[in-house]
Design a protein around this ligand. Sequence first.
Ligand SMILES: C[S@@+](CC[C@H](N)C(=O)[O-])C[C@H]1O[C@@H](n2cnc3c(N)ncnc32)[C@H](O)[C@@H]1O
Length: 270
Amino acid sequence: MPNPLTQPEQANQAHWDEVVPAHVQAYEAVAMLKAGGSALDEIELREVGDVTGKTLLHLQCHIGTDTLSWARQGAVVTGVDFSAASIAAARQLAEETQLPATFIEASIYDLPNVLEGQFDVVYTSRGVLCWLRDLEAWGRIIAHFLKPGGLFYIMESHPMWNAFEELESGELKPLFSYFHTAEPLFWDAAGDYADAMYQHQSPSYEWAWTISDIFNALLKAGLQLEAFNEYDRLFFKLFPGMEPCVKGWYHYPQHAGKLPWIFTLRARKW
Ligand SMILES: C[S@@+](CC[C@H](N)C(=O)[O-])C[C@H]1O[C@@H](n2cnc3c(N)ncnc32)[C@H](O)[C@@H]1O
């Protein structure tokens, strides 16, 4: 069954298409990949483990920096994103780095209609869940594309922080709901996480998903949870008061070691 994009998803697609040229310039990972390096953090490298010769499907791959980094680790990679501009940039980067990869332009909800086969690893990370309107369908799609015994891995910002804003005083205040609502949050021409100077022209919509929503979507799809971890640093500067810690990552120095900024999760299909 075809899965046409809803109106908020169409707006998000335009939003992501618009920002691609700025991200190709602003993402440090682009230069790192061209110089022979990787965009992956030691957390995900350690937790995913050896991918040599394994097939890996990357959901919401954006401009392909993580996908191509997994290719550099030896995986046979396929990246998927519904933004045509993202996929074009990813293909261009694959060509420039001479890394083998397949990139597919598709909404993940439509992926079973356009992609065949099953994978050893399904991977997704860094700012993906808030763009999804239906998390149970997401869980089913992950299960659909995993081989029996295959690994699902996600590294994502802790959803609790989506409920907060930083006030001018530097205080964090809960302004939005942590819990999911059918109506998405509407953002009109917000700033960009990778380029502080860039102001988005196209609006976007985001959905809140709790930790329990994420667990339940995967468990309902039949996956078995293997590991869940939380870490005290974030892969982008979410709030103005955050400061760099590990290269490319941020935290509040005054709260170091005290707050969970990301989570990672490993689940298996049996
Ligand atoms: C924050 S980016 C992911 C970031 C990526 N991990 C990186 O570091 O570059 C979110 C991506 O999700 C994609 N996306 C959003 N909704 C989608 C959907 N329904 N199907 C496929 N891709 C989607 C956007 O086009 C965008 O490229």
